[in-house]
Write a protein of this length. Structure first.
Length: 206
């Protein structure tokens, strides 16, 4: 759902604004504000998700995105003082959906499965990113940009309902506090002179 929503937004909203005759500077400003909103939401949403059930936080994010998307449809399109603050909230809610989903998935996985799970989550998000613009473009052909925003709102609302329902049926996973360690790369192997490699046993070089 996260990949579907974000890809539909970033692929179709600028295209529609350009076709509607919006200046490039206004389009760039709108998209910049949405990205900055996503940046601003990372720390507070991360703080909340570390202290509450991540599924409840995810449900709140999905509901917030759906609400803002519907409000944006109702606002005057060319009133920047109204549209830009809404774009900040829209980008903030949208950009934090995937990180909270990943954090929740890792809470339920043993440490040796983190890399495999991360790879599959990226794959699923990528599949959503392919499907989102296809569905959104079809809806935009019939309902203009309003159809895209309603489509994204419906996807976010579905995600919110799913997350909230799961929080009622299953207990939140127990999160363990772990120290953060930076693993330095093996500097010796990086600094090794390649001309000396022929003198070492093959197994050692591998």
């Amino acid at each position: 759902m996260s990949g579907l929503i974000s890809s539909a937004f970033y692929a179709l909203v600028p295209a529609y604004l350009q076709d509607a005759g919006t200046t490039r500077a206004t389009i760039a400003l709108f998209m910049l504000v949405a990205v900055l909103g996503g940046l601003a939401f990372q720390v507070p949403v991360g703080w909340l998700s570390d202290r509450f059930d991540r599924r409840l936080v995810l449900a709140a994010l999905g509901l917030g995105f759906a609400t803002i998307a519907v409000i944006l449809v109702r606002l005057p399109r060319y009133s920047l003082p109204l549209v830009l603050p809404t774009a900040i909230l829209l980008g903030g809610f949208m950009s934090t959906l995937y990180p909270v989903c990943v954090s929740h998935a890792h809470d339920r996985m043993p440490a040796d499965r983190v890399v495999a799970v991360s790879g599959r989550l990226i794959l699923l998000s990528g599949l959503g990113s392919v499907v989102g613009p296809l569905i959104g473009a079809e809806l935009m052909g019939h309902f203009r940009i309003d159809g895209v925003f309603y489509f994204m709102a419906a996807a976010a609302l579905f995600l919110a309902v799913l997350a909230a329902s799961r929080s009622l049926t299953t207990a939140a996973p127990h999160r363990l506090e772990r120290s953060f360690k930076i693993l330095a790369p093996p500097a010796a192997s990086l600094a090794h002179d390649p001309h000396d490699a022929s003198d070492e046993p093959r197994a050692a070089r591998l």
